[in-house]
Design a protein around this ligand. Structure first.
Ligand code: SF4
Length: 493
């Protein structure tokens, strides 16, 4: 059995105090450069991960052995004695640490619900419905509960949390907490420049100021700022998009949380406290708590529960490769205003909130029949908060419907009308969301009907799709719509 004084190996997404058994436990940190050479990550993601790891090493001082090596194996060879590690967050890393005789693998940390509890819960269910899992978690953690009943007798405020954006073009809310860079960031930037110059690594996206917390103190400040100034407005407009307000009222805390710097339960309880003190409305607090102990945990557990084969599911037989303008984040090649703006944000910031991810980027990929595994890889590499466990369920299950409906009961496909209702993009776009064909035919609207036509037989057994599929038969110019979309092909819209 591992002793608590055993040196704890922490990966770069296990950097918070809750990954240690005691404040003075010896730590091993390995910065393995080969990780960045294997795939083309966003430059800002590489910066964030390296900055976080180096900040943790500086903070721990002599308590940590910090090794900068080519591979993890090389690093481990320099350490004598046994080490323990909390279960890593990817299947590849999990298999690797379990193959090492000198490493003890402990249960995962950094999530609210543990694996055993999740698996026990699955045995009491017929389907794995998020809503049921979330309610179970609310009860277990006594979050937003009054005795055995949910606070104000409501589990769900989705109806209130779906408002379109305000006409003003910006939310009237204090901006997010943003960090100041320090000398560690300066060194990271210099190293990444050198690695790129030497040809060791190649990145996508543009460099820019660091925008997310990389250590515990910064993460706590970012959390406090969100709870105090921004949580109130989070709920109502969480599904809306504004061209001139990329943060809206989103927390920006997914990056530090996925680095292991914040525990989801501490964030959930902090949000609940704000409600109990009367400083944030229940609808917003519930919407935020749902993301933390509901969706985030659900995606984590289904990653392991559904097995390794899950990532390769392709229920809608989507086999198109991702076009180069997309993989290279070439937003300047586009005219479709929503996609152009969102892709530019990914290029410049490595982050957009969950609705542009789902209803613009993923929606376009779904309509075009791009390979789900390639879309998953793209999101993993291009987002500062993207990790394998995050993206497999979110992309294969939620956004591409490639699992045939295990995670989402119907495909998240929508035309320009949805984007028009939930954003201010369409007004200044050269396309019209109501037009299916012609020079001003919206690629999302034409793409939506083409998607339905292509997948009619695969989706006809899904009762939630009967209405959209019935709409197809009423379309007088379906052939024309499909022909125009075929002509567009994988070119930039
Ligand atoms: Fe996007 Fe179509 Fe609206 Fe243009 S008209 S912004 S392409 S949804």
């Amino acid at each position: 059995m591992p002793q608590s004084a055993e040196r704890r190996w922490c990966f770069a997404d296990q950097l918070g105090p809750h990954f240690l058994d005691s404040e003075d436990q010896p730590v091993l940190l390995i910065e393995a450069r080969a990780v960045f050479g294997r795939r083309r990550f966003h430059r800002l993601k590489a910066h964030l991960v390296l900055s976080a790891l180096r900040h943790r090493a500086a903070e721990l001082g002599e308590q940590a052995i910090f090794l900068q090596t080519h591979t993890y194996r090389e690093g481990l060879e320099q350490v004598s004695g046994r080490v323990s590690v909390c279960q890593p967050t990817s299947r590849v890393a999990d298999n690797f640490v379990r193959s090492l005789p000198s490493v003890d693998v402990l249960p995962a940390r950094g999530f609210a619900t543990d694996r055993e509890t999740f698996e026990r819960w699955t045995q009491s269910q017929r389907g794995l419905l998020l809503e049921q899992f979330y309610r179970d978690a609310r009860r277990r953690f006594d979050l937003l509960m009054d005795g055995k009943e949910p606070t104000e007798n409501r589990w769900n405020f989705d109806a209130e949390n779906r408002e379109p954006p305000p006409k003003a073009g910006r939310l009237n809310v204090v901006g997010p907490w943003l960090p100041d860079e320090d000398e560690i960031d300066e060194q990271v930037r210099a190293d990444l420049d050198k690695w790129e110059r030497d040809g060791d690594v190649s990145f996508v996206g543009r460099d820019g100021p660091r925008e997310f917390a990389v250590n515990r103190a910064e993460s706590q400040r970012a959390l406090e700022h969100f709870i105090e100034y921004r949580l109130t407005q989070f709920g109502p407009t969480e599904d809306a998009m504004l061209a001139g307000d990329r943060w809206m009222s989103h927390s920006g805390l997914s990056a530090p949380m996925n680095l292991g710097l914040l525990d989801p339960l501490e964030c959930a309880y902090a949000a609940e406290d704000a409600y109990r003190k009367g400083s944030a409305p229940l609808a917003s607090v519930e919407g935020y708590v749902r993301q933390l102990i509901g969706w985030r945990d659900y995606i984590w557990h289904t990653y392991w529960h559904h097995g390794d084969e899950y990532r390769n599911r392709n229920a809608l037989a989507a086999h198109q490769p991702l076009p180069q303008w997309f993989t290279e984040l070439d937003a300047d090649a586009l005219e479709a205003r929503c996609l152009k703006d969102v892709l530019a944000q990914v290029r410049d910031h490595g982050w957009v909130h969950h609705i542009p991810r789902l209803m613009v980027l993923s929606n376009y990929a779904l309509q075009r029949g791009w390979q789900p595994a390639a879309v998953t890889d793209w999101f993993h590499r291009s987002f500062v908060d993207g990790y394998d466990w995050v993206m497999v369920g979110n992309v294969v299950g939620m956004s591409q419907h490639a699992d045939g409906g295990l995670i989402a009961t119907k495909p998240y496909a929508s035309g320009g009308a949805y984007i028009n209702r939930m954003s201010d993009y369409c007004g200044d776009c050269r396309y019209k969301p109501t037009r299916r064909v012609g020079d001003d035919g919206c690629p999302f609207t034409g793409g939506y009907w083409t998607f339905l036509a292509r997948n009619h037989d695969r989706l006809k057994g899904n009762h939630r799709m009967s209405q959209p599929l019935a709409g197809l038969t009423r379309l007088s110019n379906l052939d024309e719509v499909i022909a125009q979309q075929q002509e567009l092909g994988d070119g930039p819209p």
